[in-house]
Design a binder for this molecule. Structure first.
Ligand SMILES: [Ca+2]
Ligand SMILES: [Ca+2]
Length: 576
């Protein structure tokens, strides 16, 4: 397929939009402001930080400017000292500019690592050890010698027959490596374990030594373990073996063990949630920098500590999966795992306008080729839709709906685009014998709410800033939520939006409520439950209900069918 065909509208507009999106991120702005201030400040070139070159330094001004860009994913484009060669995207923390001997792994983006090739006296522990290259979550800090780690790994392997570890043994190896337990799958597959079913001590140590030498933080290591050779990012299928191991071994999913046909559904859901949250660039490729900025690895580490997987609401919750899947199942009446615009329109009792449903199928926010070919979206697409629909405040959701509303793809919502969507809302209100606000009045309200920087043009940045993006979006395409909002005062909406902090997100609230409803429906003998008597088992009745539900009995395909997006221009094998 020729480039530019899949994503609508045209590529340039997308690029502009992504640029705007990047530009509107708070961290970007903070960085730019910081740069500007330092440029303005007298004598800015020498200013700055503990690691600054000494008075005798003749480091060029550009070098001291470089560190401000740490955290961006493309350090290679900046001028300055030649990067040490490394295939790994060490975009942030442990700057690849520093050469192999100095591995500062401080994470703070404010840390300015200035070139150190002048052999200035450094604190001890530069070349012989690697400061804090793992133990990301509060283990004793300090330097760990590679050989010490290798010795620990050798000891672990000595317990296994012929010093070969199977996947079951990898938990102990992961611990010897100092990694969270659920890195065991990636460690096993990263060392080529899937080919022979086991990993020899030599092979493993060669692999891990290389990683220790090249990857200086958890994000880099994790990407290196999962990625396919030659790339430096993660695509969706890279997560499958890791998640399959979680499904097979996490105590909170043990009830799923026998129901292998649902493994792929759960895995699909988790992968979509990972990309939804972590892949902020919408590229379909998770880089080290994106992984590092996210909370994903903390969640992976929590898998070890939290036996109740439903507590991990960001990615792994089974209950969340259950809700999404059941919602899809209701719409997908013929159960071919695809839905068309008519199916989606039935979501939530036709709450979403037809114009918006059609936009979702336009390719603005989906990537599956089915959308283009057959006018259908997959379960993976539905995961994105449902989370965006129920939580219109998270950044991906705002981008999702912004893309849908930006009909001409010019990166702003103009008045004619708002009117296009509002027209249908008016018509529907009319049908319900409710008097709709004239467009001009509605527009005034919305402009008042969003307060765009430029008159008459609403940008992604404006919406992200305004804190009531949900009200804005629902006004234009969700009749039910719009009416619901109308009944509440704006003040109370604001109060809600301000008390966000540690509170549950709109998505988490929705998922919890819906889960309870679904369970109650099951318990009340929903027609779904006909004729199937599950074996009584020691599992929590709730869990039994989960297995009991019809979607889970009728799902046909097994593991191979993990439903993943295809990305244009991707070289690797494409699933489904
Ligand atoms: Ca269908
Ligand atoms: Ca536009």
């Amino acid at each position: 397929m020729p480039p530019g065909k899949v994503l609508q509208p045209v590529l340039k507009m997308k690029v502009d939009e992504l640029f705007l999106c990047w530009l509107s991120e708070r961290s970007t702005q903070a960085m730019l402001r910081d740069c500007l201030q330092r440029i303005k400040a007298p004598g800015w070139a020498g200013r700055g930080d503990g690691d600054a070159p000494g008075p005798g330094s003749d480091a060029p001004a550009s070098a001291s400017r470089l560190p401000a860009f740490e955290g961006l994913s493309a350090p290679a484009v900046t001028p300055g000292p030649a990067p040490a060669s490394s295939a790994l995207p060490l975009g942030a923390a442990s700057s690849s500019r520093n050469g192999p001997h100095v591995r500062g792994t401080r994470r703070s983006t404010g840390t300015r690592v200035v070139q150190t090739k002048k052999e200035e006296p450094l604190p001890p522990a530069s070349s012989q050890s690697i400061p804090a290259f793992y133990f990301p979550r509060g283990r004793p800090q300090g330097t760990v010698h590679i050989d010490t780690v290798i010795a620990r790994i050798e000891t672990a392997f000595a317990q296994f027959p012929h010093e070969r570890a199977t996947l079951e043994d990898m938990g102990r190896v992961a611990k010897a490596c100092g990694c969270p337990l659920y890195w065991k799958g990636p460690l096993f597959y990263g060392a080529g374990g899937e080919r022979t079913g086991c990993v020899s001590v030599h092979k493993f140590i060669a692999m891990w030594r290389k990683i220790l030498q090249n990857c200086h933080d958890d994000a880099a290591k994790f990407v290196h373990l999962l990625m396919s050779p030659g790339s430096n990012y993660l695509v969706q299928e890279d997560f499958v073996p890791f998640l399959q191991d979680v499904v097979n071994t996490h105590p909170g999913l043990s009830f799923l063990k026998e129901a292998s046909e649902f493994h792929s559904r759960y895995i699909t859901t988790v992968i979509q949630r990972i990309f939804y949250t972590v892949n902020r660039s919408w590229s379909g490729r998770i880089t080290c920098a994106e992984l590092r900025k996210s909370t994903f690895l903390q969640n992976v580490a929590l898998l070890e500590e939290e036996a109740d997987i439903n507590q991990l609401t960001e990615f792994f919750s089974y209950e969340h999966f259950y809700v999404i899947y059941c919602k899809f199942w209701e719409l997908d009446t013929d159960h071919d795992l695809l839905i068309d615009p008519d199916d989606l329109a039935r979501h939530n009792d036709h709450a979403i306008s037809r114009k918006m449903v059609d936009r979702i199928f336009s390719g603005a926010v989906t990537r599956g080729k089915k959308v283009q070919k057959e006018g259908k979206i997959s379960y993976a697409d539905f995961v994105w839709f449902l989370i965006s629909e129920e939580d219109k405040k998270n950044p991906t959701s705002i981008e999702y709906w912004f893309r849908c509303m930006d009909l001409d793809g010019d990166g702003v919502l103009s008045m004619y685009e708002l009117e296009y969507f509002y027209e249908e809302q008016c018509r529907r209100l009319d049908n319900m014998a409710i008097e709709a606000l004239p467009f001009q009045d509605c527009l005034c309200q919305m402009l008042d709410l969003v307060q765009p920087q430029q008159e008459g043009k609403i940008t992604l940045h404006d919406l992200k800033k305004c804190k009531l993006a949900n009200v804005f979006f629902d006004t234009f395409f969700n009749i039910e939520k719009y009416l619901d909002q109308e009944q509440r005062e704006q003040l109370s909406l604001l109060r809600e939006s301000e008390s966000d902090g540690p509170e549950l997100s709109a998505w988490e609230k929705y998922a919890a409520e819906e889960y309870d409803i679904l369970v109650a429906e099951e318990a009340a003998g929903d027609p779904w439950n006909d004729g199937y008597e599950p074996e009584l088992s020691p599992v929590d009745p709730k869990l039994r209900l989960q297995l009991d539900a019809r979607p889970f009995l009728e799902a046909s395909s097994a593991l191979g069918a993990v439903d993943l997006y295809e990305y244009e221009g991707e070289d690797g094998p494409q699933l489904l």
